[in-house]
Design a binder for this molecule. Structure first.
Ligand SMILES: Nc1ncnc2c1ncn2[C@@H]1O[C@H](COP(=O)(O)OP(=O)(O)OP(=O)(O)O)[C@@H](O)[C@H]1O
Length: 244
């Protein structure tokens, strides 16, 4: 199968903190890959290095056969990124923001369809700053999909969304995956990871402590439920307690 994202021995430190240490990732076309780990484990740093918005200390990254730093412009035509709020200006309506984003791409999706799909159509004329937290989050996912991307990066996918909205986002991503979209996401919700991810990496203090499928993660732990297994992997005290 065609490899869409390939990461080799990626390392990034901030002074004395080794935020990401020797991670290897391989994601095929149409796969959903979940980067997991507790707060501060290194997920955002890893994503930023993969996207090329942060420079790694060592290691290589290839997305769609391109080097994200060298081929930045060409690559950004073909990928979508869910940005967090700080990246958007305040005084802009939902429709205006979508139009600006759409104008940046050669063959974008029609944003109106995305706004309908994400339950934001009736908010088109509202200021972005007036949306609720969950509405903003859905708008940012829609922004990531406007380029009609081949690969999408979603950091903290459904944080802040209500139960219905989370299910709607899952469904939309599953449909896009079936059409060949490759997805790299981070999430703190293990039900979401189970529902969406083909493969996962669990990071702890910048190191990969598990790489494989959710099923393999469960099997290699003493637990039957993925969330229990995940906590076992990430929680050192629990692990020591278990092995006594
Ligand atoms: N700009 C920075 N300067 C110094 N240290 C940083 C910087 N950004 C992150 N770190 C540190 O690097 C480590 C990894 O942080 P990172 O934000 O990548 O984690 P994360 O897994 O995304 O966490 P969260 O789930 O809280 O978003 C942490 O110890 C953090 O304090």
């Amino acid at each position: 199968m065609e490899t869409t994202i390939k990461v080799n021995q990626l390392c990034k430190s901030y002074d004395t903190i080794k935020a990401v240490e020797n991670i290897d990732i391989s994601v095929c076309r149409g796969e959903v890959f979940g980067l997991l780990g507790a707060n501060g484990a290194g997920k955002s740093t890893a994503i930023e290095c993969i996207l090329g918005t942060k420079k790694q200390d060592s290691g290589t990254v290839s997305i769609l056969g391109m080097n994200p730093q060298r081929d930045r412009k060409k690559l950004f035509e073909r990928i979508g990124v869910q940005f967090q709020e700080a990246n958007y200006q305040d005084k802009i309506t939902v429709a205006e923001l979508c139009e600006v984003t759409q104008s940046l791409y050669r063959a974008p999706s029609d944003y109106r369809g995305l706004l309908k799909q994400f339950g934001l159509w009736d908010k088109s004329k509202s200021q972005v700053s007036e949306l609720s937290g969950g509405q903003k989050q859905r708008l940012f996912i829609a922004q990531a999909l406007i380029p009609n991307p081949e690969v999408v990066f979603l950091d903290e996918l459904t944080t802040g969304l209500d139960a219905r909205a989370r299910r709607d986002v899952w469904e939309c991503l599953s449909d896009l995956k079936a059409k060949g979209l490759t997805i790299l996401l981070t999430s703190h919700f293990m039900d979401e990871v189970e529902a969406l991810c083909d493969k996962i990496m669990i990071l702890k203090s910048g190191k990969s402590i598990f790489y494989g499928t959710v099923q393999e993660a469960i099997e290699a732990s003493p637990y039957n439920k993925f969330e229990d297994a995940y906590l076992w992997y990430t929680d050192e005290e629990g692990k020591e307690y278990e092995s006594v």
